[in-house]
Ligand binder design. Structure first.
Ligand code: NAP
Length: 476
């Protein structure tokens, strides 16, 4: 496919092959954009921002609703593209594709609710007779940089609110998964989006990112990806609005009154969906020692039943990681924990890009498997004594995206929600759960800002304060 910059579908001197993580076969090629393309994209977005500003909220909503309808019709084709380029099972890709039209519609309606408020200026000394109010306006040019793991959903979580709020966007999808973003771009244009309102530029984030992020014509950066890249973007951004949705290492606490079969079933899903390549994946399970042995056995049985195979084949639940290099890294991290004294109950072996889903018990706290983000199909488990220690262990991380607790005890659950430092807290489920309307974003090293259409529209807009002083600066 070609990239979409300055109103044209363009190729470039250099091309990148997009290969299926499962088969290694070339799915398609995309241009590798140059610095000149990045410059062209921002310049066109400045024009696009003017065009978007002139559209009414009604028109923006109509365009996005039409795009949602078109995506609904194209769901199966888009899901196949997601599965081919990202590697996730087709059933998961279909789930991702089918929820995205509603997300776009939700954003469309939020864009039609950009309220300001009146200011009670007569409550200020010397402000008698003045009239004050706020106006919520688009930021202008938004740079949206997306990760590989949800190539449609996470791109839509940026594009839809940004466009609904009247901005123009320069979108840089992940190098591994640009095809889905390009298909979404086609649908938005077919729905009537103004020519320059969207630039979808393909190529290396390392090459394009610094110029896009430091450009003074860009007013807002919305980034989802790793902590390291997030830090680089924050350094390059200068004076801009910034949303950073970064990495995680999500804990789940299991107290002895929980239904262990239910916990095992939820963990066997929450730790291994998309081969564990989810920012809210279950990574650390912190189990009261009274339930430890029974929980490990229940989890091992469930995890051994996960069906590994071709992502396009029916029934497949787990396929390859995004690249063989990532699979090697994940295998090495599991091995490192075992070398440090952990017990491997199942999985952990690697066949090219596939890592067999693993359960690792008694994982020492100082290992990378316990401390860092894994982003792979393994769950690390440790015993603790009581809820106080469980909460302390859950918080002993630089991340704070999601956390869960399983218990029927309301007092423990309340303590958990008050004391665990994470952006999304789940009582009687794992952190791997999201409704697209929720405010969603991390605390601590997991980032800054919230996604979810209502909150993203707020982050992609600015407030102007207006004061009417009346004739000669006096009252009415
Ligand atoms: P990544 O390596 O950080 O890449 C994310 C995006 O940043 C890609 O489009 C990448 O382009 C681009 N990029 C790379 N270097 C850049 C630079 N110097 N300046 C600007 N952009 C640059 O992350 P990933 O491997 O795709 O995704 C996995 C990470 O995302 C995990 O840490 C995961 O936890 C996190 N994530 C967080 C959330 C959340 O909501 N908090 C959701 C999903 C994923 P290239 O692909 O061309 O390198």
């Amino acid at each position: 496919m070609r990239m979409y910059v300055a109103g044209e579908w363009r190729s470039a001197d250099r091309e990148d092959e997009i290969r299926s993580p499962w088969s290694g076969e070339v799915v398609d090629t995309v241009p590798r954009a140059s610095a000149a393309d990045a410059e062209r994209a921002v310049a066109a977005a400045v024009q696009g921002a003017l065009a978007m500003r002139r559209l009414t909220a009604y028109d923006r909503q109509q365009i996005l609703n039409r795009a949602a309808d078109l995506l609904e019709d194209a769901c199966e084709d888009v899901a196949r593209t997601i599965s081919l380029e990202e590697g996730k099972p087709l059933s998961e890709a279909l789930g991702e594709a089918r929820r995205t039209p509603d997300l776009i519609r939700l954003a469309a309606s939020e864009g039609a609710r950009m309220h300001g408020e009146t200011l009670p200026l007569d409550a200020a000394a010397g402000a008698e007779g003045k009239l004050g109010f706020t106006l919520r306006v688009p930021c202008g040019v938004v740079v949206a940089i997306a990760p590989f793991n949800y190539p449609l959903l996470l791109v839509a979580h940026k594009l839809a609110p940004a466009l609904a709020a009247g901005n123009a966007v320069v979108l840089k999808p992940a190098s591994q998964t640009p095809l889905t973003a390009l298909k979404l771009t086609e649908l938005l244009l077919a729905a009537g989006l103004p020519t320059n309102a969207l630039q979808t530029i393909t190529g290396s984030g390392g090459e394009l990112g610094p110029a896009l992020c430091s450009d003074e014509r860009v007013r807002k950066i919305s980034f989802t990806g790793s902590v390291d890249v997030g830090r680089m973007i924050a350094g390059a951004a200068g004076v801009k609005k910034l949303s950073l949705e970064l990495g995680a290492n999500c804990p789940v606490i299991v107290l002895p009154d929980a239904d262990l079969d239910e916990v095992a079933a939820a963990t066997a899903a929450g730790g291994y969906v998309n081969a564990g390549q989810v920012c809210i994946s279950v990574q650390r399970v912190i189990v009261d020692e009274r339930a430890y042995g029974d929980f490990l056995e229940a989890l091992r049985t469930r995890v051994e039943a996960i069906a590994i195979g071709d992502p396009l084949a029916e029934g497949t639940q787990l396929a390859a990681l995004v690249s063989e290099g990532e699979a090697e890294r994940v295998e090495g991290t599991i091995r490192g924990a075992v070398d440090a004294g952990a017990r491997l109950l199942t999985g952990g072996s690697r066949d090219r890009g596939v890592v067999a889903p693993a359960v690792v018990a008694d994982v020492p706290e100082e290992t990378a498997l316990w401390r860092d983000e894994l982003f792979g199909p393994a769950v690390a488990v440790r015993p603790v004594s009581g809820v106080e220690e469980a909460i302390a262990v859950a918080n002993d991380t630089r991340y704070g995206l999601g956390a869960g607790i399983f218990t029927r005890d309301v007092t423990s659950a309340m303590r958990f929600v008050r004391e665990v430092d994470a952006g999304n807290l789940h009582v009687n489920w794992t952190p791997l759960w999201r409704a697209d309307l929720m405010p969603y974003g991390g605390l601590k090293g997991s980032g800054i800002g919230k996604e979810g259409p209502r909150y993203a529209v707020e982050e992609m807009t600015e407030l102007k304060t207006v004061v009417f002083h009346g004739v000669n600066g006096g009252g009415s």
